[in-house]
Design a protein. Structure first.
Length: 111
């Protein structure tokens, strides 16, 4: 009941399924590349730690963790746009594919 009430009064939601953690991990890893020396190590460590949640969720589904996490990293860096212009993607574990992944991977390879 309180969740519904809170969403009604404060319409803000975080994406689930480890998407938020993956986005944080990718941004921290990018930031670590810009920082020289030992100071970058905490950024890298926290980025690796944040990937534990999506990795655990993928392993619990029985999917290939390396492939799924790589696809999610690419989609976090280059998200496909919906018709309305918002950044949307999802993983359908029953089909084993991410809608729009080929477009995102082609964009990654062309850079």
């Amino acid at each position: 009941m309180f969740v519904t009430r809170n969403i009604y009064f404060h319409p803000r939601l975080c994406p689930g399924g480890g998407a938020t953690e993956m986005a944080i991990a990718v941004r921290l890893a990018e930031k670590a590349k810009t920082i020289p020396g030992v100071i970058a190590w905490p950024y890298k460590s926290v980025a690796e730690a944040m990937e534990v949640i999506p990795r655990t969720l993928v392993q619990n589904c029985g999917a290939n963790a390396v492939k799924v996490l790589t696809d999610l990293r690419v989609l976090t860096l280059f998200p496909p746009r919906s018709k309305r212009g918002s950044k949307l993607f999802r993983r359908n574990m029953s089909q084993g594919s991410i809608p729009g992944e080929s477009t995102a991977i082609r964009a990654k390879l062309s850079i």
